[in-house]
Design a protein around this ligand. Sequence first.
Ligand code: PMP
Length: 458
Amino acid sequence: MMRNSLARTDLAFVLHPQTDPALLEVEGPMILDHGNGVFVTDSSGRTYLEGMSSLWCAALGFNEPRLARAAAEQIARLGTYHTFNRRSNPAVIDLAERLVALSPMPDGKAIFANSGSEAVDTMIKLAWLYHSGRGAPERRKIISRRRAYHGSTVLGATLSGIPSMRGAFAWPDPGVLFAEAPHFYTGGKAGESEEEFADRLVGDIAAMIEAEGAQSIAAMIAEPVMGAGGVILPPASYFPKLAALLRGHGILLLSDEVICGFGRTGEWFGCQAFGFRPDMMSVAKALSSGYQPIGATLLSAEVHEVVRAEASRLGVLGHGFTYAGHPVTSAVALETLKIYEEMDLLARVRALAPAFRAHVGALASHPLVGDARAVGLIGAVELVADRATRRPFAASDGVGTRLIALALEQGLILRNLGDTIAICPPLVIAPAELDLLFTRLRQALDALSDTLAAIPQE
Ligand code: PMP
């Protein structure tokens, strides 16, 4: 393959995250040069419809001029500052006010970070501080779930229920307990209704709490829609029942809203779409439409009150990142939230959601698709070898990876999570662009069918 000098330099110097290094050496990097609305163009001049909003972030597409201006103006005024030791800046103050008002905890507080992973780490540390402040420092264990993704720090890897993220990276013996993922398609038993499935999973968590001792458990962390684990939508009754169970045991419920936050599900936050009130939540990604690295942890008033008192008793809240509440990231996030409100983001997502769902649903009859699911503007199709028995393809077939490569040939960027194909376009996508996305996806699925038909199946 011919390589331009940028690609050669990339191969020489860049270690790519979440990439197979051997494959990178064969195929070379895909170098993105510029964006235009929901489209991005690579360094060879090919343009793609970006069906994943980069990594579930670019709600406003890829070249929103107001965000460019917000960054430039803030850099010219105060290019950097921290928020330790009482320091603050107008951008982070306005952002915090707007963010808290938008959230389901309007009398709560926000603490800032630079990524989703850091927001999650912060949330766990504050859960421990909360229990310590309530005189229960022995509450340290965290309940997570299989297929969960909560970030790439050591703690994130340790909370992760995805084997490739754990491997050498998870901390040994960390006190993290794993509940089942609420994926009815693969986890439901024969004859079981979705409601019964939800009851069984919540019952298993009740048994886990009983066995471990509620007094040893600090919190449960959950993504309303599991993203990296395969775009898993929980049954309607799952979270309301889970929230009641945890509350009864004094276990905090932490909603990881890094993907679901800011309109993705048709509500401002995923917990609102799935019917529960968390004690804290982590946000990132669409908070700045992905234009600046920013995350935040939101605390309910009740949690904050305890955290405040405990930090005062200790003399300091001994946690914080140099760039937390950074004026430039804050200014861009503030402008992002203003744009969301001015464009009436929720109305837009809700108006597009039926067409999105219909497009995803139409793929359910494709011979390679076992399950097709969507909420708001996030969805997935799960590819299976046998629709009747739900038998998956062998992992070594790499069917999901092949589909993504075929989609790329059609001018469409998507992401495979194993053999589940995630679809998460910018929220500013136009109806005609949505049609184009699904036309290209269907073409890729048909092309994959053709290549599979050429291979003898057992
Ligand atoms: N939580 C969830 C639910 C996520 O999807 C992600 C990122 N995909 C993270 C945390 C980590 O965010 P970041 O990559 O910004 O650290």
